[in-house]
Design a protein around this ligand. Structure first.
Ligand SMILES: *[C@@H]1O[C@H](CO)[C@@H](O)[C@H](O)[C@H]1NC(C)=O
Ligand SMILES: *[C@@H]1O[C@H](CO)[C@@H](O)[C@H](O)[C@H]1NC(C)=O
Ligand SMILES: *[C@@H]1O[C@H](CO)[C@@H](O)[C@H](O)[C@H]1NC(C)=O
Ligand SMILES: *[C@@H]1O[C@H](CO)[C@@H](O)[C@H](O)[C@H]1NC(C)=O
Ligand SMILES: *[C@@H]1O[C@H](CO)[C@@H](O)[C@H](O)[C@H]1NC(C)=O
Ligand SMILES: *[C@@H]1O[C@H](CO)[C@@H](O)[C@H](O)[C@H]1NC(C)=O
Length: 840
């Protein structure tokens, strides 16, 4: 019955909204210690009891120390005044130890208030603080009251916090907390600020809270935060306070299933924001910027919290988010993330490169999209310093204004209306739980599996010098010893560099058996590079196809990240189109290259149980062998998709400017159709032989995709084609090519053809060119039928007819010539199309 069903859904929705928050505020830390140092009595602050380390002395492993106190009226009023009247002083190395019953991340909070006592001026103290794995503070002295917060992943059963005085000085401490962090709070993966590949490995990082800010609202104290954190107002960080308005609507905040939770940030953070003060000026064009002091030489995890409480309808607010000069969320539209719901809590994580300046700037500003009212928001910011390669967090210490604490906020008890409610609740919790664990598993499943266990088996002759131990046998492991690579590249001789990319340099090399190879050597310092390196090996070891560049081996010895590919004699497609001295290619050659690349992409999209999205299709990633056969390269950004991209960590748009799918831009949803879009841009690039973005041209010509679409829509594409092709393309062939590219560039992915359709259309473009030539007296054309017939396969079968599973393949050899490229297309389709066009 319709009404009953509606009723049920309505109740479900109601309970989703009512109970999710109560579910999450029930987090109870497995381990929780609060200590009031040097105090004779226990102290209650909010819901927390800070126990006296005199009474509970078992935590303190070295009792040679002094208690001091100061008169209560000299202490400035704050949440933690009660901790500040006493301190414990250590004149030699001492430590607190805590039993950790549940391994995982814990917060360590250190409370310092340097008062003057009879024999000690705490301001003169100088000391270091560390755990077994991480230095937290070194040569630290404190001029003012401050709280330091760290979170470290404890894998053993106890946590020891050591205080080491410097020289003849001493250490002091007023308060200390060690408390479990919810597992879900910090994931393993975050987008990289300056790099397309995600940063992985956050779980093992020690973090120090540098800032925790409630943007556009007042201080949120530990009592209003389910994890007892303190959020400070943003006014101290805001660069241009005159340009913003505060907005507050705390009650409208929703925590959607699968999105942020009240543990990520409370309502009082998501429910306040600043917006651009653009209400009266629809031409406003400025950024709102916050600036944070940081230590140089460290990377930082930045968590940005958003909740659109300013829009009245979906798709009103599009804005850009920048970290320093990088745009990290372009044309960001919050309303699309949760299916059009406004006021939903959302956050996004980013990892910066190692900082070489002492500040981080976060800016929001209007998107450049036409017909969008200029506005931008930000609700909250957290900045966390990541440990350096020595495991240390101590730089030159900076004063942190975050004041934090912990308490168990009482469980919010929901209204229980009988057994039905309980059942619904269980259903909801189960759903949320399942979804979260699935997301977690998804993140974890991206951990690199070594190639040898990947079911990869390729038999190749030994390509490396005999001095090194490479066995040629059935289960060739692909892992090459470093000396063999040094030998092949003449010890990475700079004269052999054939390319430089974001990942590192590419060298030409020759293996001991004479095979030419391209050796890509990653910068060992770059963490992001590691993720790409692993993706590339994973991808290339699973996908072997004659139109995908083959991986011959890799090397991960001594922190090296080296990939060895087959050498592609003729370089990139891009270099043949413009900007170098290669002779101009004929139309037939160009279309054949497009067909080859399309075939490689079609295989990626369909040749495997799960579609793989390349994500960086461009003419510079299409390589040509000595016969001008095209192979798609550079799988560093590839993803098995599309579902992986639905987690919050992957929202930073990746790819190359000028080729990016606008829909992916807007919706951050990745599908194969994003590759189709980029490929459409490549088609126009091939036709027009000019860069996809050329800022030196007049405004309307800068972006090739826009420019070419304009002429294509007018039916006058021939006005802008490469001059060397003038008069050499058959009109039908050009028309079909233009139509194909146009369809690829459709605004919406659903309107774009599949890569298989594109491939088929390009085959047809070629036939249209050839068929007419045959009828001409032009003698150098080939016989279409003769060329097609030996290779006919049902194209629609799966497109994987070229799958190279042959275990005897010598990867360096190219058994096919470009003429064979028309293989794999259904003859009947071609001829039915030919027949139709002739009948017109
Ligand atoms: C202080 O707290 C500790 C730990 O909870 C407890 O064992 C002790 O009895 C308390 N002492 C007083 C005087 O309340
Ligand atoms: C702690 O680190 C280990 C190993 O790096 C990881 O498996 C685990 O998930 C981490 N735990 C948390 C809560 O981050
Ligand atoms: C916005 O709110 C913050 C915190 O309540 C306050 O400090 C600031 O002055 C407000 N700014 C404006 C422009 O009203
Ligand atoms: C903090 O919580 C109290 C009730 O517990 C509430 O009255 C107050 O408005 C909250 N403050 C903020 C800033 O949300
Ligand atoms: C906003 O900041 C970014 C990054 O610094 C900059 O590229 C952009 O031009 C700025 N926009 C405006 C309108 O100032
Ligand atoms: C942080 O320290 C851990 C060891 O505790 C280490 O594995 C990791 O690589 C360090 N992080 C960085 C960015 O060096």
């Amino acid at each position: 019955m319709g009404f009953g069903k509606f009723n049920f859904l309505f109740i479900c929705a109601l309970f989703l909204l009512c109970f999710i928050s109560s579910y999450y505020s029930q987090f109870t830390p497995a381990d929780s210690y609060s200590i009031n140092c040097g105090s004779p009595t226990n102290t209650t602050i909010g819901n927390r009891v800070f126990v006296s380390d005199n009474l509970a002395s078992s935590y303190l492993s070295t009792p040679q120390n002094v208690l001091v106190d100061t008169s209560a009226n000299s202490i400035p009023v704050s949440e933690y005044s009660q901790l500040y009247s006493t301190a414990r002083i250590f004149s030699q190395t001492s430590s607190y130890s805590f039993k950790i019953s549940q391994p995982g991340r814990v917060w360590i909070r250190l409370y310092f208030y340097p008062f003057s006592a009879s024999n000690y001026d705490l301001k003169s103290a100088k000391f270091s603080v560390s755990t077994r794995d991480h230095a937290l503070l070194s040569e630290f002295s404190s001029g003012d009251r401050l709280v330091k917060e760290y979170s470290v992943n404890v894998t053993s059963g106890d946590l020891e916090i050591m205080f080491t005085p410097s020289g003849n000085s001493f250490a002091f401490l007023n308060g200390l907390e060690v408390v479990s962090v919810p597992d879900m709070l910090i994931g393993d993966v975050a987008a990289s600020v300056d790099h397309p590949a995600s940063f992985r490995g956050l779980l093992g990082q020690a973090l120090e809270t540098v800032a925790r800010v409630n943007v556009g609202g007042p201080t949120v104290t530990s009592r209003n935060d389910s994890l007892s954190r303190t959020w400070v107002p943003d006014s101290g960080f805001l660069k241009n306070p005159g340009l913003v308005s505060n907005v507050s609507n705390v009650n409208s905040v929703r925590y959607p299933p699968g999105g942020a939770t009240p543990d990520d940030a409370p309502r009082s953070v998501y429910g306040t924001t600043v917006r651009m003060a653009s209400e009266t000026n629809p031409k406003s064009n400025f950024n709102v910027t916050w600036e944070f002091r940081v230590d140089q030489g460290f990377r930082y995890l930045i968590r940005l919290h958003f909740c659109d409480i300013v829009s009245s309808a979906p798709n009103q607010l599009y804005f850009n988010v920048y970290i320093d000069d990088s745009v990290v969320l372009p044309d960001f539209d919050l309303s699309t993330i949760f299916g059009g719901f406004l006021a939903t809590a959302y956050f996004s994580d980013f990892v910066t490169p190692s900082m070489n300046i002492d500040r981080i700037r976060i800016s929001v500003g209007p998107s450049g999209l036409p017909k969008v009212y200029p506005n931008a928001i930000l609700n909250g910011v957290e900045i966390m310093k990541m440990n350096n390669s020595d495991g240390s967090l101590s730089g030159k210490d900076i004063v942190v204004s975050s004041k934090t604490s912990k308490s168990k906020v009482g469980v919010i008890v929901g209204v229980v209306v009988g057994a039905v409610v309980v059942l619904l609740l269980i259903f909801v919790l189960f759903f949320v739980y399942k979804r979260r664990t699935e997301q977690k598993r998804l993140n974890q499943s991206k951990i690199w599996i070594p190639l040898s266990t990947n079911g990869l088996s390729l038999t190749m002759g030994s390509k490396f010098s005999n001095g090194t131990t490479i066995t040629s046998g059935s289960n060739y492991s692909y892992r090459c010893p470093f000396p063999a690579i040094q030998e092949a590249t003449n010890n990475f001789d700079e004269s052999g560099v054939i390319g430089i990319g974001g990942f590192g340099k590419v060298y030409k090399g020759v293996l001991s058996d004479g095979t030419k190879v391209a050796v890509k050597r990653g910068n060992p310092q770059s963490q992001q590079g590691l993720a790409e390196f692993q993706t590339e090996i994973e991808m290339l070891s699973q996908f072997r196809h004659k139109h995908l560049v083959s991986l011959i081996g890799y090397c991960d010895e001594k922190n090296e990240m080296i990939l060895i590919y087959e050498y592609m004699e003729k370089g990139t497609l891009k270099s043949h189109l413009y900007g170098s001295n290669y002779p101009s290619m004929s139309w037939k050659e160009r279309v054949e290259i497009c067909i080859g690349a399309a075939r490689g992409l079609h295989y990626l999209h369909t040749g495997y149980s799960k579609a793989v999205i390349h994500r960086d299709v461009k003419s510079a990633n299409i390589l040509l062998d000595e016969n001008l056969m095209a192979k798609v390269a550079d799988f560093g950004l590839s993803k098995a998709g599309p579902e992986i991209d639905q987690t919050h960590v992957s929202t930073a748009v990746k790819g190359s400017f000028g080729y990016l799918d606008p829909e992916y831009f807007r919706r951050q949803q990745l599908t194969e159709k994003s590759d189709v879009y980029s490929f459409g841009v490549v088609l126009f690039e091939v036709l027009c032989a000019r860069p996809v973005i050329d800022p030196s041209l007049p405004r309307e010509m800068v972006n090739l995709a826009e420019w070419a679409m304009k002429w294509q829509k007018k039916g006058q594409l021939d006005h802008i084609i490469d001059g060397s092709l003038n008069g050499k393309i058959q009109p039908d062939s050009l028309r079909k090519f233009g139509e194909t590219a146009e369809k690829c560039l459709s605004d919406f992915g659903v309107d774009r053809p599949s890569m298989g359709d594109v491939l088929w259309n390009l085959e047809y473009v070629l036939q249209l060119q050839e068929a007419v030539l045959q009828n001409d007296t032009n003698g150098n054309s080939t016989n279409v039928i003769g060329e097609l017939s030996p290779q006919i396969h049902g194209f629609n079968n799966s497109g994987d007819e070229n799958l190279d599973t042959n275990s005897n393949t010598n990867v360096g050899q190219f058994e096919m010539s470009s003429g064979d490229d028309v293989s794999g297309v259904s003859m009947s389709k071609v001829f039915s199309q030919l027949g139709k066009s002739e009948g017109r």
